[in-house]
Design a protein around this ligand. Structure first.
Ligand SMILES: Nc1ncnc2c1ncn2[C@@H]1O[C@H](COP(=O)(O)OP(=O)(O)O)[C@@H](O)[C@H]1O
Ligand SMILES: O=C(CO)[C@@H](O)[C@H](O)COP(=O)(O)O
Length: 481
């Protein structure tokens, strides 16, 4: 390995399934070393992870990076959004974190929207109409189901805040991730005291908001970590905002991320406020906005269908006219938290490969359906769709997105765009540059462009029709008539 030219920084992505760390050369953007360690997520009714496991995974990923991690001058953490981390007076988790894809707080989400002025109020005030993913609904769920956990809580954090605080000893967050809580007012960029009072959460328990380019703290001594004491720590952000930085995204460039969650988003200069609730009006990690739509069922759901069929995930076959709505975890976009998977149109001659293709089609349809709402009206409809996340490596995913979008699809060669975005934040602390400009200098978005093909309107219309006809079934909680 050749010597690095510039100072080194570490970028971390602590997402749903694993924590990844990259050591990056600030001068060139070259990834000098990398590491990754998995997390466990509970199955069954809820989705929970122990935050201490994220820390252990971070330490393991950094150990895999070896000597270069020791030389890093700054570090930053991007993480899965929305998760509710509750800490006691010793800074220890009161209970496992409730994750973004835990839909148990759907009744609380519905109630909060009703109680506080309806969808329009929430969209105007916070940028988003909260679904079960939003932290505020999880806090309301906890207050109702585990009041003893709420009583024991002294600090409330998001996943990336938790790791940043373990690095620095200080409770900090940023506007990008705060905008997914439901208690951050996007109009004023402050915590919303009325919403917090409504759910009985003391603002003193929340982390300090740190601005882009500001130092969140320095690494305090820890024998678990390869960093030297005093290494700079940037504010970090939510994983989608970090990937937007990592791509050096400019307004109007659409992104589709295929991981545990599916997301579509773009940077916008306008503060979003969609009262239909399809578009979450997130802030980006700089001073712009990140309108985004997110599905709960993406790579894991399609991989599950492949496993049920005993097929490799690439073993898709065209044709057959079968429709599969892969809502295995309930769904957020469309907002159907109680839905389960639905198969329609099965015939004697339907093949396993066609069924698998139908799962890809169903997952991508939900994302494309929301994309038009995410993009500003003046966005160029022929701009390439940037395809990122673990699924973007898969040929079947690439071809499905290409066929159903009718757009050119660009697949960046850089694999870990969340961690690269975090690394760009850390680099910005050292050089004073805008992190998105750092990523552009690193050429992170470069990758092959798949030429557009004619949009498969027939399949899109078929899926939309099944979804609409099945609406009463999909909206019904399992086990009810
Ligand atoms: N070559 C590949 N083809 C298709 N899917 C892939 C490939 N490699 C990884 N994946 C999918 O990527 C997912 C992990 O993506 P990632 O973006 O890392 O997830 P997360 O950020 O949610 O933890 C896995 O669920 C897996 O199905
Ligand atoms: O909830 C959202 C966005 O609103 C998800 O995108 C999470 O941020 C989890 O991301 P991945 O682990 O799938 O990357």
């Amino acid at each position: 390995m050749s010597a690095a030219e510039g100072p080194l920084v570490v970028g971390v992505d602590t997402s749903t399934q694993s924590t990844k760390a990259l050591v990056v050369d600030v001068a060139t953007g070259r990834v000098v070393a990398s590491g990754q360690a998995p997390h466990t997520v509970t199955s069954g009714a809820g989705r929970e992870s122990d935050p201490r496991q994220w820390w252990e995974a971070l330490c393991a990923a950094l150990r895999q990076c070896g000597e270069p991690a020791h030389e890093a001058a700054a570090v930053s953490v991007g993480g899965q959004q929305h998760g509710l981390v509750t800490l006691d007076e010793h800074g220890e988790p009161v209970r496992p974190a409730l994750l973004w894809n835990d839909v148990r707080s759907a009744p609380q989400a519905r109630r909060l929207v009703e109680e506080l002025g309806g969808a329009k109020f929430w969209a105007q005030r916070t940028g988003s109409v909260p679904t079960a993913s939003f932290t505020v609904t999880k806090w309301a769920w906890l207050a109702e189901h585990e009041p003893e956990s709420v009583r024991a809580t002294r600090a409330v954090r998001l996943p990336h805040d938790y790791l940043t605080e373990r690095l620095t000893g200080q409770g900090t967050t940023d506007r990008g991730d705060a905008s997914g809580t439901g208690w951050w007012a996007s109009a004023t960029e402050t915590y919303d005291e009325e919403i917090l009072a409504h759910v009985g959460l003391d603002p003193a328990m929340l982390p300090r908001l740190v601005r882009s380019g500001e130092v969140a703290g320095t690494v305090r001594g820890s024998h678990d970590l390869p960093f030297s004491r005093g290494t700079l720590v940037a504010c970090g952000t939510g994983d989608n905002a970090a990937a937007a930085l990592g791509l050096g995204l400019r307004p109007g460039m659409p992104v589709m991320s295929l991981g545990t969650s599916g997301t579509v988003y773009a940077v916008s200069r306008r503060r979003p406020a969609d009262p239909s609730g399809t578009v979450a009006g997130f802030a980006d990690a700089r001073s712009d906005w990140l309108p985004l739509a997110c599905t709960l069922n993406c790579t894991l759901a399609v991989d599950r269908v492949a496993a049920l069929l005993g097929l490799d995930r690439e073993a898709v076959e065209p044709g057959g006219g079968v429709t599969l709505l892969p809502f295995l975890d309930g769904e957020r976009t469309p907002n159907l938290p109680h839905a389960s998977g639905l198969l329609y149109g099965l015939r004697h001659d339907t093949t396993g490969g066609q069924l698998l293709q139908a799962a890809y089609d169903g997952a991508v349809h939900s994302l494309l359906d929301a994309l038009d709402l995410v993009l500003d009206e003046d966005a160029d409809p022929s701009a390439p769709l940037l395809l990122i996340g673990g699924g973007a490596r898969g040929r079947a995913w690439q071809e499905t997105v290409r066929r159903l979008s009718g757009r050119p699809v660009q697949v960046p060669e850089a694999k870990e765009l969340v961690a690269l975005g975090a690394a760009a934040q850390a680099a910005g602390l050292l050089t004073g540059e805008d992190p998105a400009a750092v990523a552009r200098r690193w050429n992170t978005a470069v990758g092959p462009v798949l030429e557009p093909v004619e949009r498969d309107e027939e399949t899109l219309a078929r899926i939309a029709g099944v979804r609409s006809d099945a609406a009463p079934l999909l909206d019904r909680a399992a086990g009810t008539d």
